[in-house]
Write a protein that binds this ligand. Sequence first.
Ligand code: ZN
Length: 179
Amino acid sequence: MHVFVSGRVSLDLAGTLKWRRGETEELLPDGASAADWVVRAGLLTRPPLVDDAGAARVRVLRELVYDAVRVDADRRVDVDGLQSFADAPPVRPVLVDGRAERHGDLAAALSTVARDAIELIGSAELERVRECGRPECTRLFVDDSRGKPRRWCGMAECGNRMKAADYRRRRRLAQADPS
Ligand SMILES: [Zn+2]
């Protein structure tokens, strides 16, 4: 299941390899899943042609992004690698019968993602990149909350689960200590 909760399309791409510190779950194993992700991410109106080599390109960009923005270890920014994706022509907005469509191929979609990543990495927004508070979840997001910091990548997958676990733990403690 693809979710878009990170506030940046490049961070959403980084999140398509789940549970990075444990047994990882690959959400983009082949061309069909990569093409589907590109459309669901809103990058292109119609799915691009993506073969296995194309899917591998998507995963290469994903790991370039993750290495550059991760918060649990030293960041490594492959400037040339990111730029090589960003230098391709990006997605084109096109008016079709009064509605904006987004046209391009896979290289265009990846260019748009790489440009998003470069803007993020080179801005103060990078300091607001957080990792989900569920220990095994390695999804990243931009914390745009004012005041109370955002803790979870999403309520459905992590927030509610962690709150339920917290509730069970407190109830067990209360039962163990009935004073
Ligand atoms: Zn999470």
